[in-house]
Design a protein around this ligand. Structure first.
Ligand code: FAD
Ligand code: GLY
Length: 374
């Protein structure tokens, strides 16, 4: 058996690409495989919020993972920029999470006892910061550390970094199945034949479960459709990102805004629908009334890699040695890319990991299967 690389990474989304970059930086010989073009799926459909606080609803291991990645982000983004000359368009304005209903206000105030780096802001303060926001705001949370990047530019920078680091990128090369020898995953069968490596990293986003099924592992994951649109106004309407229940508006460096996003379990359906686009537009105009004058640019749909308990799968499963899981990042894969890459590198290079991976263990899949069976 010819070992072609120290690591094969399945999936060239932000998770697979950032892992490939980190492994190559540590001296490993890495091959990255994608069934299409690098970054073509969820990772370039995203809005790019680094929302460790805005998108976490309770304290715990997931919040710690998010905040760790948030700390890593700016230096990581600057490193990619310096290395490639391509800017991921890191913007250090925060996110304003506003309440429009009593129920939403109660939910937001309920986060204050445990959330770090958040400040309650009055309606007057909100409109002083963002005068174009609706007068109907009841108050909200200001998250000054929840910054953002542009996912399309970030993926361009990452791809260029991979090339420069000597990662072998094989696009349009689907992995059909994992190869096992003497109880260990030793490689992958691709459209261009078998490839072998010391480690195989599964980072195939919403498609990941298809590759573990043959080994009796039903990863409790599913695609969650997210439709978005982008618009532009002559003068900027917002400085920071505005976020409310069911809608966010993320102002980008080029003067456009991304408005997102729907959240529907609809299998692998990536169509954009008139109904969803109209609903998003209505919500955006409700939040910033002057957006009714905005120029409509485009709409798109991505598939979030959702997991039943909302947590990613990070680490190994003793029933499938040789395979490393890095998938299921759901609504937060852009944010979680740098910490995931570091943790997987720590795992593969034999050191202890800087965060406890137990809460994210793929063993949860076996437990979920047992629970279903009883
Ligand atoms: P993907 O980007 O889907 O990549 C998986 C890759 O694997 C794909 O390129 C695919 O082609 C490849 N693949 C699959 N199967 C195979 C196979 N058999 N062989 C070879 N290749 C294969 N996150 C944030 O942090 N902030 C946000 O603001 C944000 N906004 C979002 C808005 C929307 C509308 C959506 C849809 C998502 C958003 N997310 C956001 C979530 C984020 O986009 C995802 O969590 C992240 O992109 C997941 O990255 P990934 O690499 O795991 O998956
Ligand atoms: N994190 C934003 C989204 O998934 O829509």
């Amino acid at each position: 058996m010819n070992v072609n690389a120290s690591a094969i990474v399945i999936g060239g989304g932000i998770i697979g690409s950032s892992i490939a970059y980190e492994l190559a930086k540590s001296g490993m010989k890495v091959t990255l495989l994608d069934k299409g073009a690098v970054g073509q799926e969820a990772s370039t459909a995203a809005a790019g919020m680094l929302g460790a606080q805005v998108e976490t609803h309770h304290p715990g291991a997931f919040y710690e993972l998010c905040t760790k990645s948030q700390e890593l982000y700016r230096p990581w983004s600057e490193e990619l920029f310096a290395y490639t000359g391509i800017s991921p368009q890191y913007i250090d304005e925060g996110i304003l999470r506003v309440a429009l209903t009593e129920e939403d206000e109660a939910e937001l105030r309920g986060r204050l006892p445990w959330i770090r780096h958040a400040q309650w802001v009055s309606p007057e303060e909100i409109r002083r910061r963002e005068p174009q926001l609706t007068e109907a705001v009841r108050g909200g949370l200001w998250f000054d550390r929840d910054h953002q990047v542009h996912p399309i530019h970030l993926m361009l920078a990452l791809r260029a970094s991979l090339v420069k680091r000597g990662v072998t990128i094989r696009e349009w090369t689907p992995v059909f199945r994992l190869l096992q020898s003497q109880g260990r995953i030793t490689g992958v069968q691709t459209s261009e034949g078998p490839l072998y490596a010391d480690h195989v990293v599964l980072a195939a986003g919403a498609w990941s479960p298809a590759l573990t099924e043959a080994f009796g592992m039903q990863l409790p994951m599913f695609p969650v459709q997210g439709q978005c649109l982008s618009i532009r106004t002559e003068a900027p309407m917002l400085t920071s990102t505005a976020f409310t229940k069911g809608c966010y508006i993320v102002p980008k460096q080029d003067g456009s805004c991304i408005v997102g996003a729907t959240q529907v379990e609809a299998g692998f359906d990536k169509r954009s629908t008139a109904e969803a686009v109209a609903r998003l537009q209505d919500k955006a105009v409700q939040l910033v009334p002057k957006l009714k004058e905005a120029e409509f640019l485009r709409t798109w749909t991505g598939l979030r890699p959702g997991s039943r308990d909302g947590l990613p799968f990070l680490g190994t499963w003793d029933q499938l040695p040789g395979l490393v899981f890095a998938t299921g990042h759901y609504r937060n894969g852009i944010l979680l890319a740098p910490v995931t890459a570091v943790l997987i590198r720590e795992l593969l290079t034999g050191g202890s990991t800087s965060l406890n991976l137990a809460p994210f263990s793929p063993e949860r899949a076996a437990e979920a299967a047992k629970a279903r069976a009883t």
